[in-house]
Design a protein around this ligand. Structure first.
Ligand code: IMP
Length: 193
């Protein structure tokens, strides 16, 4: 089965290709000569993922999936959530986003948080969604230099290290994205039998 992954992020493509059985062949948006940014301006992670997949499906009429991720902090009513990439402003970087979050949590005892990934798949004109969640807590300061985004301040449940202190393989064993991807793969495998 051929599928398009609605991303231009080659790291994400590589990460997901590693998990796929050989019957499933995926390519990214570059393979369609599509180099625009698909807007991610909906008010939920689910709607952003759905919009991206539906946008590409309606343009090319192909089977396609898209993902969207957010970090949700309970005591902040789910912030930064759908705004995770631009929490400290449109032109911000990961460091500024983390600094803003650490500041907001100063003196907060409850530091529980979770990463949530939603994958939207349009297969044979039907929409399906797959969710991956990893629970954890927000550290008081940054630790580690691996990974990306909020990894240096996210301590997954049952661990003493931040995501940024884990190897890529260790992170992939438990991460929100890999949980959602595994659900997607299982679903596709069933369709192929
Ligand atoms: P995206 O939807 O995958 O682009 O993710 C939105 C934002 O969430 C990113 O810009 C990152 O700040 C953050 N994010 C997503 N996945 C991760 C992760 O695995 N670790 C840390 N931060 C992440």
């Amino acid at each position: 089965m051929n599928l398009i992954f609605a991303t231009s992020n080659s790291n994400k493509l590589k990460e997901i290709k590693n998990l796929l059985p050989k019957e499933i062949c995926i390519n990214d948006l570059n393979s369609l000569n599509f180099f625009e940014e698909i807007p991610e301006n909906k008010n939920s992670i689910e709607k952003n993922a759905e919009f991206k997949a539906s946008f590409i499906h309606s343009k090319y009429n192909i089977n396609v999936f898209a993902d969207d991720t957010g970090l949700e902090v309970g005591v902040l009513n789910g912030e930064p959530g759908v705004y995770s990439a631009r929490y400290a402003g449109e032109d911000c970087d990961s460091n500024k986003n983390m600094e803003k979050l650490i500041k907001k949590l100063i003196n907060k005892k409850n530091r529980k948080a979770r990463f949530k990934t939603v994958i939207a798949l349009v297969l044979n004109n039907k929409l399906h969604q797959f969710e991956g969640i990893v629970n954890g807590t927000i550290a008081h300061s940054k630790k580690g230099d691996k990974g990306f985004g909020y990894d240096p301040i996210f301590i997954p449940e049952g661990y003493k290290k931040s995501f940024a202190e884990l190897s890529l393989n260790e992170k992939n064993e438990i991460s929100h994205r890999s949980i959602a991807v595994k659900k997607l793969i299982n679903f596709i495998k069933i369709q192929l039998t």
